[in-house]
Design a protein around this ligand. Structure first.
Ligand code: SF4
Length: 314
């Protein structure tokens, strides 16, 4: 079936906000801490970790700018129009992490990294330093589990992540690190149109493959579920990389948390209503389950919760 044509990011931006998109991304700094207690829909996690405020990916479907408590209003703009165009990097990230590790604040905890900004839309030296500290930490200071939520490229730290995963024993017998790798479509034109700065489909698949080859536990997260040219081929690739299960999130409206922002929902209703159609969504889920196995395709909250104890899914 021919997929609908994708527009350009700047055109969607103008359509949503009735103004041209900002010309550049403003980079500032923040004194805020990097750890917060996990609340709301993050139940099952103990802590969240963020090393920056704001996210340079600027995805139109991102729920963060739509949640009043999730990010400062001056950073996202009153209508979400500044989201993706201002980032405040937290100061002394490594010093703060060392402080928390040494005081045992992370010990035995399940950490979601991150939920309100992409942990890998950050300078490489920052994440490299984080893994350096984690790898140097004694066993009793280490978290039980770190779940990396990203649509960028954690494979730049493959060796350090694999080293940490292999050397860390989680008390519940599950993996010490889980990479939840978000991919919503294999159509790069839609990625360029809706996720301004995120990597292409091919780059994300490369990242998953490299991490799996190094033995890292990866859960591909088909989110938000868009149009696919070759969904079966993608599932086949996941199978060949021995990926135990995948999770799926459709565009969300009227759910208790992390809904797609209303402006983008209105845009989808007008231009791509199929993506919001419950019958179409059920059909896609059925198709995926037939191809990958019923218990290995976890939708919505079930899939999200499974990230906290992924070994229990198998
Ligand atoms: S990468 Fe994630 S956090 Fe960043 S804008 Fe996109 S959906 Fe939001």
């Amino acid at each position: 079936m021919r997929q609908p044509d994708a527009p350009r990011y700047e055109d969607v931006y103008t359509h949503l906000f009735r103004q041209p998109q900002p010309q550049r991304i403003q980079i500032g700094s923040s004194q805020a801490d990097i750890l917060q207690p996990a609340r709301g829909f993050l139940e099952g996690f103990d802590l969240t970790m963020q090393t920056q405020v704001g996210c340079p990916a600027g995805c139109f479907f991102c729920y963060v700018p739509a949640g009043r408590m999730l990010t400062p209003s001056d950073l996202r703009g009153s209508r979400g129009e500044r989201w993706g165009f201002e980032v405040r990097r937290k100061r002394d990230v490594h010093k703060k992490l060392r402080y928390h590790l040494e005081r045992g604040h992370l010990a035995g905890k399940t950490i979601y990294w991150s939920g309100v900004t992409d942990p890998y839309a950050t300078p490489a030296q920052e994440t490299r330093g984080i893994w350096g500290l984690l790898n140097a930490a004694p066993a009793e200071q280490r978290p039980r589990r770190i779940v990396i939520q990203t649509r960028f490229r954690p494979d730049r730290d493959t060796e350090a992540i694999a080293q940490y995963s292999q050397a860390t024993t989680a008390a519940d017998g599950g993996p010490a690190v889980v990479v939840s790798a978000s991919i919503g479509t294999d159509q790069d034109e839609f990625i360029r149109a809706w996720e301004r700065a995120a990597p292409s489909f091919g780059q994300r698949m490369d990242a998953i493959r490299r991490l799996r080859e190094a033995g890292v536990f990866v859960v591909p997260t088909l989110s938000p579920f868009g149009f696919w040219g070759d969904l079966s081929g993608t599932l086949e690739a996941f199978r060949s990389w021995s990926i135990p299960f995948i999770t799926v999130l459709f565009f969300k409206r009227n759910t208790p948390s992390s809904n797609t922002p209303p402006r983008f929902l209105t845009y989808l209703e007008r231009h791509y209503p199929t993506l919001l159609d419950p019958h179409w969504q059920a059909e896609q889920l059925h198709r995926m389950r037939q191809a990958y196995g019923r218990s290995r395709v976890l939708p919505g909250k079930v899939g999200f919760t499974a990230l906290t104890t992924p070994h229990q899914v198998m």
